[in-house]
Design a protein around this ligand. Sequence first.
Ligand code: ADP
Ligand code: ZN
Length: 284
Amino acid sequence: MLGAIEAGGTKFVLAVSEDGLTVEHRVSIKTTTPEETMAQVFAYFDKYPVTALGLASFGPLNVNVRSKGYGSITNTPKLPWRHYDILGDMKAHYPDVRFAFTTDVNAAAYGELKAGAAKGVQDVVYWTVGTGIGAGIVSNGKLLQGYSHPEAGHMLVRRDPRDEFAGFCPYHHDCLEGLAAGPAIEQRFGKPAIELAPDHVAWEIEGNYLAQACMNVTLTVAPERIVFGGGVMHQPQLFPMIREAFKEKIADYVEYPALDDYIVPIALKDDAGVIGAFMLAKEA
Ligand code: ADP
Ligand code: ZN
């Protein structure tokens, strides 16, 4: 049996599956402290004969297998979790289980690749646009990871001429996340993104930034598909805006797939991370 943990900053999703593609049972628990939350994690998985488990966590994480701190959460602002060795604790509790360990966004990217909007392709960039912005990059069927995991959500973008918002990223101010994650929309216009009309200029500005994100990954990793998920992407009018702005910006310099098949919404919704974690566990 396969297990999955999607460890988020507000909740942990715990799930089990036989084949990795269907969620047989899942629960959601609150993220409080490692002591409290992990006790519930252990109580859950003690009930199932899990042989491989995918652990997909909020980051930043140490994913460098050759380093001493491999398997831990690193510089998170969530203080009880800072430098917590989450993989080490799991391994100590389940010594006979095989583990896969990656970021939450990487797992979602992998889920979309195996069973979602990127099924059948080998190269995909998955963006989540929510409270923050993150990207999972699959190249030649494998998650791209180097010295650390990519943090493409913090790439630099060119400011939209209509935009005077300073940006909310505490590190870089007006990086992509600082200008285009949900809180940026809310702070720029003084109300939650969900309350802005579909024809509000907010979405044109958002489309511009996300189109730049697409251009940058097209030029660096040349994916076959770019998938968008996360709360902000519940606005369907964004998709044609991103495609149009992307086409204009990239100006036919490189070839890319037909736009309607290239820049697409997530298919697995809330299951992407869990299914990705199962599939990574299966292959661990
Ligand atoms: P998280 O990133 O915390 O996992 P979400 O992906 O749901 O959670 O992202 C939350 C962000 O998305 C918030 O900034 C919220 O304002 C924004 N959001 C949620 N739903 C919508 C919506 N339907 N339209 C636009 N923005 C939304
Ligand atoms: Zn940043």
